[in-house]
Design a protein around this ligand. Structure first.
Ligand SMILES: [Zn+2]
Ligand SMILES: [Zn+2]
Length: 270
């Protein structure tokens, strides 16, 4: 079984108290707060030569802790509880074991207070000896852990900024929408005013037309008066003409009488 410790850094969180686990050596991480230890399956195999170590009774009703490595892979796995002697072990079938402080010592028969992880390391290095490399890897892991924590902090900062940016953007959109609504409202009002104005202009045109007609009517009355006057004058002139014609006839008659007397030489007494 491959260990995730070989495949790049991952944050393992204590299944008991949630603290970030410290890597102790290859395949072993300890909680700086509650002092429990996470032991990867490969390390168990190496140290005890038995993937089923420690042998014990399954406590199927007891499954409170979650596997820290499954959590790294994005799944939640309740570990199975197993009772070995007076020790209760929490085991993930895929990844390894969780042991609370002192439990490993009791399982491998150490005196109380002995360094149980050092003892485990001795067992591992007896099978696969390279302590300097283990120390280097441990140091590199801590550096990597710092880097990851910084990256996580940066990421959290970015997320916060991004959220602020999106909130600002949303506010900007809301503002733009409000402006558009206002513009549409004004446009509508302007159209209504234009319609009112057009109606008023139609009314004015109608008034103008009526005034025009009145003026024409008055002009017509004047013209009719003129016509009557001209008619009257014409009648008068006609009468004068008749009178003049009459006078002309009388004058012509007298002329003829005078001419006749002149012809006869006899003046006719008047
Ligand atoms: Zn813890
Ligand atoms: Zn697991």
């Amino acid at each position: 079984m491959s260990s995730p410790y070989r495949e790049g850094p991952q944050l393992l969180l204590c299944p008991r108290c949630g603290e970030v686990l410290d890597r102790v050596f290859e395949g072993v991480a300890a909680c700086p707060r509650c002092q429990g230890a996470w032991i990867a399956q490969a390390t168990l195999d190496t140290a005890f030569g038995n993937p089923r170590w420690p042998v014990g009774q399954n406590l199927w009703w007891h499954n409170a802790l979650e596997c820290p490595e499954c959590a790294c892979e994005g799944t939640v796995t309740k570990m199975g509880a197993r009772s070995s002697g007076d020790v209760m072990v929490d085991a993930c079938v895929s990844h390894g074991l969780w042991l609370d402080q002192g439990e490993l010592g009791r399982l491998i028969g150490l005196a109380a207070g002995a360094d149980e992880l050092l003892e485990l390391q001795k067992r591992v290095t007896a099978v696969a000896p390279d302590p300097s490399e283990l120390a280097q890897r441990r140091l590199a892991w801590r550096t990597e852990l710092d880097t990851r924590r910084r990256a996580a902090a940066e990421f959290r900062g970015w997320v916060e900024k991004e959220q602020q940016r999106k909130a600002a953007e949303a506010a900007e959109h809301a503002k733009a929408r409000a402006l558009r609504d206002e513009a549409a409202r004004r446009e509508k009002k302007a159209q209504a005013l234009a319609a009112q104005q057009a109606a008023a202009m139609r009314t004015q045109a109608e008034t103008d037309r009526i005034v025009n007609l009145q003026a024409l009517g008055e002009e017509r009355i004047e013209i009719v008066k003129d016509l009557r006057r001209i008619d009257a004058e014409q009648a008068q002139h006609r009468e004068d003409l008749y009178k003049l014609q009459g006078e002309l006839e009388v004058a012509k008659q007298r002329l003829r009488e005078i001419d006749a007397q002149l012809d006869t030489g006899e003046p006719k007494p008047k």
